[in-house]
Design a protein around this ligand. Structure first.
Ligand code: 5GP
Length: 189
């Protein structure tokens, strides 16, 4: 998606260890118009998926997931990153965080994920696929189905897409980064 690639080039910053900082439009400040267009693009790509619900992980997945839900007319559920004391009947998985180098739990209430659900998972970044794997575990636990996974930014060199496709997932990424070597953002052609 050219618009997103341009935004990454003009406002993204490469940190050490293969991390891209996009606080200016996705991870801190949000660009609503861009999010709307991202929602439209995911809606177009997953129009034939048969999805009945969108799942994401708080916090940065929420904006693009919400816009996708709006464009597809689907409800959006976000996994919480800690166990809320008020939540009973939870589904949980442990996710290894690539940016923080530690594991964190993700939790979804059984109320909002049912066996008959066809899930479209949307997230900001795809690195190694750990967050997606945690979502797969939770969805599997209730016997629901994942019909697609959409990421705004895939860092191809961390092999998350390969890992997920080998597990049978349909993966769509709007911007695919081939390398961040020498602090230079290189997209896959
Ligand atoms: P994965 O679970 O695929 O290994 O990593 C994806 C998750 O880690 C995303 O949800 C995102 O929060 C975080 N992440 C991974 N790589 C980056 C990055 O380069 N920049 C930012 N801002 N977050 C990242």
């Amino acid at each position: 998606m050219k618009l997103l690639r341009d935004k990454i080039l003009s406002e993204g910053k490469c940190l050490d260890e293969g991390i891209l900082k996009v606080d200016a439009f996705l991870n801190h400040q949000l660009d609503p118009k861009l999010m709307e267009q991202i929602g439209e693009e995911f809606a177009r790509r997953f129009a034939d998926s048969g999805a009945t619900k969108i799942l994401t992980v708080e916090a940065s997945g929420i904006a693009p997931a919400l816009m996708t839900g709006l464009k597809m007319g689907l409800p959006v559920v976000f996994a919480k990153k800690q166990k809320p004391s008020t939540m009973e009947g939870m589904l949980t998985a442990s996710v290894h965080s690539f940016t923080k180098w530690q594991a964190y739990p993700i939790c979804i209430s059984k109320e909002f994920l049912k066996m008959e659900d066809k899930i479209l998972f949307i997230d900001d970044f795809l690195a190694y696929g750990n967050a997606a794997l945690g979502i797969m575990e939770i969805v599997e636990e209730v016997g629901a189905e994942i019909v697609g996974m959409g990421f705004l930014i895939e860092k191809e060199f961390q092999n998350g897409a390969k890992f997920l496709r080998e597990k049978g997932m349909r993966v769509e990424s709007l911007a695919v980064i081939e390398s961040l070597e020498n602090h230079e953002i290189k997209f896959k052609e």
